[in-house]
Design a protein around this ligand. Structure first.
Ligand code: SAJ
Length: 438
């Protein structure tokens, strides 16, 4: 098929035009990296975001304005421009529905959009995290129906899982190994060629579903291990053992161990959601994946457990949640970033609100968080609000809170109850009865 050799030539000559559908925390960094080597057309259906990019401004924390090179990167909200592309990479969200089943509507819409401009000789790559089988059994038929073309005969198809860790200063797309799996071995090879000068080492796998399974393994590995250490924290709390001290000691084992840490719950738009993609698909193959779903239940319990700890701390001071003033320190889902998506802070605020507490939030990185009781805006000032509070709950281990002397002094003077869900203050369990650690 000469359209394949023509794609190979365009990659070698660096004349290939790469389209990226979805310019979020995966798509935009990808567009920036590709635009260092190829011409890139970035399509997003969010007009405001496209306008920002067209004026050289980024809305993704890990992408600086100066990374946006409008000489080689063309942001657009007109999907017809994708027609000029040779490769079209789809990097759209894969959230869950209310019942925790996969919501593939973004992939469906993107495939329909791409199908409208798809031409013989195009090559489509899916980057969104999803269950094995999505690329070949769900997305390819939509591309074929909309374009009246035949996959493999008229256009190429492959899957390559995203590996973006928001806020990670060490690893980025260009130095992280990148897995690729094509519908055919030839498409896997083409995919390798396309990515090899853009990302870290290319790891070829047999086909699309194997590549989809890789990301499922990566994220379920994290989710179940976080759930394990959360469960251990609940057990060791009853045994009056400091789980943080035990993990630090376990870390000294140079082989066969990787540390995970308990927390107030699992946030972000990957780890708490992706496992349900596989557990949903597994049931269609006759398996009930108890372990995966149990891990989710344990992680979902941690926000409630955090509220229980605050209640216990207040009771020691003859106070109740109702009417108490509670300051949440951190609303982002993990340290030193602003993202509050799926943050456990949301559930904790809702539980505290229901218990009748007065709540304020402070986060040096995030402006506000939306809950069923409306939005909670971060206070300007941190120290004054410590004085205001009966109880402070450390939810996110932002650098500002680590071993913070203002908080520690108030604990030592027994003027504040502190629930530390991240071992941010590094005080030993039991040092002060008004300092409660997970
Ligand atoms: N968490 C714990 N204990 C831990 C580790 C994490 O409670 O030991 C919590 C975090 O506080 C956070 C959540 O779990 O709320 C997720 O943490 P994470 O470190 O996995 O961070 P994410 O969600 O940003 O994971 C990202 C993901 N990539 C994208 O978001 C695009 C995921 O695909 C990666 O696997 C992950 O980075 C990674 O590999 O670090």
């Amino acid at each position: 098929m000469n359209w394949i050799s023509s794609l190979e030539d365009k990659i070698k000559e660096k004349t290939a035009v790469v389209g990226i559908v979805g310019l979020g925390y995966v798509g935009l960094p990808l567009a920036v990296s590709f635009s260092k080597i190829f011409k890139v057309i970035g399509y997003n259906n969010h007009k405001e975001k496209v306008k920002m990019l067209q004026s050289g401004r980024s809305y993704i924390e890990d992408v600086k304005d100066e990374d946006i090179n409008l000489e080689t990167f063309r942001p657009t909200d007109d999907y017809y421009e994708l027609e000029k592309c040779d490769f079209i990479i789809i990097a759209v969200p894969t959230p869950l529905r209310q019942d925790k089943s996969p919501d593939l509507s973004y992939i469906e819409n993107a495939a329909e959009t791409v199908g409208k401009i798809l031409k013989k000789g195009h090559f489509v790559i899916l980057k969104s995290t999803t269950y094995p089988g999505t690329t070949e059994d769900f997305m390819a038929p939509i591309l074929e129906e909309t374009s009246q073309l035949k996959v493999a005969e008229d256009f190429g198809l492959a899957y390559s899982p995203e590996r973006v860790d928001p806020g990670n200063k060490e690893y980025n797309i260009e130095n992280t190994a990148n897995v690729v799996g094509g519908l055919t071995p030839e498409f896997t090879r083409i995919c390798r060629m396309l990515f090899e000068d853009v990302t870290g080492t290319i790891i070829e796998v047999k086909d699309c579903k194997t590549a989809e399974a890789v990301k499922m393994i990566e994220n379920i590995f994290r989710n179940v291990n976080i759930a394990l250490v959360n469960e251990l924290s609940l057990i060791f709390e009853k045994m009056d053992i400091d789980v943080w001290e035990s993990i630090e000691a376990a870390k000294t084992k140079p082989y066969g161990f990787m540390p995970f840490y308990p927390g107030p719950g699992v946030g972000g738009h990957c780890i708490p959601l992706d496992p349900y993609y596989l557990s949903y698909r597994a049931k269609h193959f006759g398996i009930i994946p108890r372990f995966i779903e149990t891990a989710g239940e344990i992680n979902d319990f941690m926000p409630i457990h955090t509220v229980n700890l605050a209640k216990k701390g207040l009771q020691k001071m003859d106070k109740r949640l109702r009417g108490s003033r509670i300051l949440l320190l951190g609303i982002a889902y993990k340290s030193n970033i602003s993202d509050t998506r799926e943050s456990p802070a949301k559930n904790i605020i809702e539980e505290l609100k229901e218990a009748g507490a007065s709540i304020k939030v402070y986060d040096p990185h995030s402006e506000c968080i939306h809950t069923r009781y409306g939005s909670f805006k971060s206070e300007e000032n941190f120290i004054n609000n410590l004085e205001w509070a009966d109880c402070a709950i450390i939810i996110t281990d932002h650098d500002e809170f680590l071993e913070n002397s203002a908080i520690i002094n108030l604990i030592k003077k027994r003027e504040l109850i502190v629930v530390d869900t991240r071992n941010a203050l590094k005080l030993s369990k039991g040092d002060f009865d008004n300092y409660i650690k997970l």
